[in-house]
Design a protein around this ligand. Structure first.
Ligand code: PRP
Length: 179
């Protein structure tokens, strides 16, 4: 995998198995209801595509792109919309699909923003969560893996826009990011 990566934290097989498990729960929760998956660009592209294909029930999909104001790699909690949803979610069952919850600030803002649009329901599914990095408490209905606060890349997650296309989640060697 090259010298930039230190280790595989979550393998492709582990991701596939977890998505199957989550998909079964999501299918059961929304049985008989119309579900809209909202992916948060760009990181959630992989998990959105794979989760959607693992669900048995039909869903629709929409995307948001948001950017956090502030320096460096840290989320500030002040978010601006780069691309809004194409659809009106009023009265719809909405599931936000995320790759990772770090500080939780992005999601906290998203939940408040989308919640104000009066969806019938609003839940969150994330592949990864860093419990030790949480700055705000968020009610997340479905979590794939709780992971340590390490610099992770792959399966949608980037460092300087690289590594998103790795089929697994790995930790980056400290020499790459100057850690
Ligand atoms: C990542 C991730 C979440 C957010 C989580 O996105 O996809 O949206 O950070 O961080 P937080 O919990 O500390 O707010 P990022 O801003 O890196 O954009 P990207 O998805 O385009 O890589």
């Amino acid at each position: 995998m090259g010298t930039d990566l230190e280790s595989v934290l979550v393998s492709k097989e582990e991701i596939d198995a977890k998505l199957a498990e989550l998909a079964a729960k999501i299918d059961a929760e929304y049985a008989g209801k119309e579900l809209l998956l909202v992916g948060v660009l760009k990181g959630a592209v992989m998990v959105m595509a794979d989760l959607a294909r693992t669900l048995s029930n039909p869903v629709t999909m929409d995307w948001m792109a948001v950017s956090s104001y502030g320096a460096g790699t840290q989320s500030s909690g002040v978010v601006r919309i780069l691309k809004d949803l194409d659809t009106d979610i009023k009265g719809k069952h909405v599931l936000i699909v995320e790759d990772i919850i770090d500080s939780g600030l992005t999601l906290s803002w998203l939940l408040s923003n989308l919640g104000s649009r009066e969806p019938a329901s609003l839940n969150v599914c994330t592949l990864l969560r860093k419990p030790d990095a949480a700055k705000v408490a968020i009610d997340v209905k479905w979590v794939g893996f709780d992971i340590p606060s390490e610099f992770v890349v792959g399966y949608g997650l980037d460092y300087g826009e690289k590594y998103r296309n790795l089929p697994f989640v790995g930790t980056l060697a400290p020499h790459v990011y100057g850690g």
